[in-house]
Write a protein that binds this ligand. Structure first.
Ligand code: FUB
Length: 344
């Protein structure tokens, strides 16, 4: 549900129609990346705060400073806020805007992957480690070499390889990297440097990680999303093209790349045969929620699949004060994801 319509919403009525309620209400949380470690669910969200920055199309109002990890014994169990896991003040290279993170585990060490703006105003992606899935995490002194943009999502394949998906347009700056280095030219507008509407859309990126999960093992590649004829989706195809919020899950041997369409507020997905794609567009996962952004993860727990997502219903529509939720997700007999309506 786009923000321009929120003034007409009766939030009490809407919340009674919501298919799920906020997992925690003591803080605002968003961009949930959920994983099962040792039989328990851990959610790695953004921690939304109101820092007083005005709303703009570059997302300056998303002024988050730290991360809190949420843990749950099951999708219907109590959600526990485990306190501050990492603060921007402890990250030497990062100045501000701790946006959507993800995490993964290898050999008993937990890795928190997070974007933040450096002191030049450029989004980079950092890594922090801990022996506990809820932190506290110790950040590396520098961001991942040659990292850029936002929304890291790290997928572990069955062969033990780890891949980072990332990127986001507008405030996520992906459009400034079209020529391989950061284009610092003015104007500082979300609409500058984008492809024309009839050109292929900008793609998310994917890179295999090194064995220690601290660096890219290769130059990031484009994650192509194609239509049923194999043609890349176009920039003007705003109901289907990639905007931000990459996620990858594997179901029945196929790879599902899911993402947000940003300014049209859908969560969509494509299906491919390997982590690099291409991914053939397959449909919508979630219809628009209250609030401008939609961002999610998809996770299996005890044989069922769940969509972790957020909306701004608790804050009565404030774009940058969101709440993480969970609902069951189903794949039909053809492997297609059944589209979820967030309000009945
Ligand atoms: O939470 C800040 C940004 O909003 C995320 O990085 C985007 O995916 C959007 O949800």
């Amino acid at each position: 549900m786009p923000e321009d319509s929120i003034e007409h919403i009766d939030f009490d009525a809407l919340n009674s129609k919501a298919i799920s309620q906020p997992l925690v209400t003591n803080i605002y949380t968003a961009d949930p990346s959920a994983h099962v470690f040792n039989g328990k669910i851990y959610i790695y969200p953004s921690h939304d705060v109101d820092a007083g920055d005005a709303f703009d199309d570059l997302g300056s109002h998303f002024a988050m400073e730290d991360y809190h990890i949420i843990s749950m014994d099951s999708p219907s169990g109590e959600a526990v806020d485990n306190g501050v896991a990492l603060h921007v003040n402890d990250v030497v290279w990062a100045e501000k805007q701790m946006w959507a993170p993800d995490a993964n585990e290898k050999d008993g060490t937990y890795y928190l992957f997070f974007p933040a703006k450096d002191y030049n105003g450029i989004f980079r992606i950092g890594v922090a480690t801990s022996k506990s899935p809820v932190g506290p995490f110790t950040p590396q002194p520098e961001a991942i070499k040659d990292s850029f943009s936002i929304d890291p999502a790290v997928f572990k394949d069955d062969d033990g390889s780890y891949y980072m998906f990332f990127g986001g347009i507008w405030g996520g700056q992906l459009q400034r990297w079209r020529n391989g280095s950061f284009n610092a030219e003015l104007p500082d507008s979300p609409f500058a440097f984008l492809p024309e509407e009839n050109e292929p859309a900008l793609s998310a990126k994917v890179a295999k990680l090194t064995d220690d999960l601290l660096e890219f093992a290769e130059t990031p590649k484009d994650v192509l999303i194609v239509d049923e004829n194999g043609n890349e989706l176009l920039q003007g195809d705003t109901d289907r093209r990639f905007f931000e919020a990459s996620w990858l899950h594997k179901y029945n041997g196929k790879y599902y790349f899911s993402y947000s369409t940003g300014d049209t507020h859908f969560l969509c997905y494509g299906i491919g045969d390997n982590p690099y794609g291409p991914f053939t567009y397959a449909g919508k996962i979630l219809e628009p929620v209250v609030g401008w952004t939609s961002h999610h993860s998809i996770c299996e727990f005890e044989g069922k699949w769940y969509l972790f997502y957020h909306d701004s219903s608790l804050s009565k529509g404030v774009t940058h004060l969101r709440s993480v939720k969970v609902t069951e997700l189903t794949h039909d007999e053809d492997g297609k994801i059944v589209t979820i309506q967030p309000y009945k």
